[in-house]
Design a protein around this ligand. Structure first.
Ligand code: GCO
Length: 449
């Protein structure tokens, strides 16, 4: 499978999911530390206290990245590791960790792609309202300036936010992610403050480093009506507006979709003059995190939404239903997912530069004689990358693909029960084992030369 010569192959991860050292060397508490330490929130009572101990083992993991032949690595910065109180005093040991990490990546010939926010807000800022507080956008901009100032001489590829929809929906409406609020009426205000923070951060990065390439990582999935009924088709249109256009329209068109602003008073965000111009700061690329297809149906119970997504619960083992493969997350394996979403961006938003910033699958892996024969994951990668290739042949402006994820890590509310890695981790011993899918990915990358 041949890709364009300058096509980037990488892997992605996030601070809370891999670093561990949750309270070491001056790091402040994050909302994910607090949430994971709250009983009943995470499967099996798992926490990110140690995770994959990447804070101490980053050199070994970078050696694994080099062995796989990765061109780039997408990672996030733990805000409270650098600013323990979220603002004010910098923790020098925290900043130094990221400088060492970036230098080690560069030394290995791997391009560091920094994602500034992957959900681990400093608890001290949550105590002041978190993203419900409009000031959080400015606090994020301050944090961004500090990181861009200290890393901007060697990092040229930046993302501001990871999945603002998930941060708002799971963290503030459904309560299954940190900070664990069940305040659906607040979700649109949180989305607006996150997007405002995104726009402010873009401007801060550019003022520190005019040559920087800046983007955002959005969770964008193909959306199909569950049936051909008019109600389900209308539901799919509503889902498109809420889950995709609410983020893409302000970025590319400088305005929210009509329904976002006309919702009743309870839901409507407070948008001030100038906000939309800030959010529409031009980007160099859009990052797409996507794994499966959203199959939606009409629902009178989804207050203010009018649709619901049919999604299975997470499972102990992967399974098939009616000949269709499902992962241990309960997600349908739908190989056209990347093709469809890349063509959606081409047709609906002027074919912007796109990176697939997350794509992968959780299957129940086992180590047998120091090997992990994860055929299903290899097949997932093969078929999904074939979709990227098809989109490229039809004119998509996709520039690269980051597998989610390098090593099996903390999968949020699922803890360590779900394995997405190209590399198996025994979380008791921290022993790493490259899976067959990682060896396949290595071969694919090597074959591009
Ligand atoms: C997300 C996050 C990742 C997840 C991955 C698998 O998309 O939810 O960016 O942190 O771990 O997507 O669920």
């Amino acid at each position: 499978m041949k890709f364009p010569q300058d096509f980037i192959f990488g892997a992605a991860a996030s601070a809370y999911q891999i670093e561990g050292a949750w309270n070491m060397d001056g790091k402040g508490e994050s909302i994910w530390d607090r949430f994971a330490h709250t009983s009943g929130k995470i499967r099996h009572g798992d926490t990110g206290d140690t995770a994959c101990d990447f804070y101490h083992r980053y050199k070994d993991d970078i050696a694994l990245m080099k062995e796989l032949g990765l061109h780039a690595y997408r990672f996030s910065i733990s805000w409270p590791r650098v600013l323990p109180e979220g603002r004010g005093a910098i923790n020098p040991k925290g900043l130094d960790f990221y400088k060492r990490l970036v230098d080690e990546l560069l030394e290995a010939g791997i391009n560091p792609c920094v994602n500034l926010y992957h959900w681990d807000l400093p608890q001290a800022l949550q105590d002041q309202g978190g993203w419900l507080n409009r000031d959080c956008a400015a606090w994020f901009a301050e944090f961004t300036s500090i990181i861009a100032d200290h890393l901007g001489d060697r990092v040229f590829d930046w993302m501001t936010l990871n999945e603002p929809l998930m941060a708002a929906a799971l963290g503030y409406a459904l309560g299954i992610h940190a900070p664990g609020y069940r305040k659906p009426w607040s979700m649109f205000r949180v989305i607006h403050h996150l997007m405002l923070g995104h726009g402010l951060a873009v401007n801060r990065i550019r003022s520190e480093n005019p040559d920087a390439k800046v983007g955002i990582a959005l969770d964008l999935r193909p959306i199909h009506p569950l049936s051909n009924s008019e109600k389900d088709k209308l539901a799919a249109e509503k889902a498109d507006i809420f889950m995709r256009r609410t983020f893409l329209d302000p970025i590319f068109q400088g305005r929210y979709p009509e329904t976002f602003t006309t919702r009743n008073r309870l839901f409507r965000p407070r948008i001030k003059d100038g906000d939309m111009e800030i959010i529409a700061a031009p980007l160099d690329f859009v990052g797409v995190n996507t794994y499966t297809v959203d199959r939606v149906r009409y629902s009178p119970w989804a207050i203010g939404m009018g649709f619901e997504t049919q999604m299975d619960p997470a499972a102990e083992e992967e399974y098939t239903r009616n000949g269709v493969q499902y992962t241990t997350m309960g997600w349908e394996v739908y190989p056209q997912v990347l093709y469809e979403i890349l063509m959606y961006l081409k047709h609906e938003y002027g074919n912007p530069a796109v990176f697939v910033t997350e794509n992968g699958a959780a299957f129940s892996d086992k180590v047998v004689e120091s090997r992990v024969h994860d055929e299903k994951r290899t097949h997932y990668l093969q078929t999904h990358l074939a979709g990227v290739k098809k989109a490229l042949e039809e004119g998509s402006n996709c520039k690269g693909y980051f597998a989610w994820t390098l090593v099996d890590n903390f999968e949020w509310a699922e803890g360590y029960s779900k394995r997405f890695g190209l590399v198996y981790v025994d979380h008791k011993t921290q022993q790493r084992t490259i899976k067959d899918s990682g060896l396949w990915y290595k071969k694919l990358i090597a074959s591009q030369k």
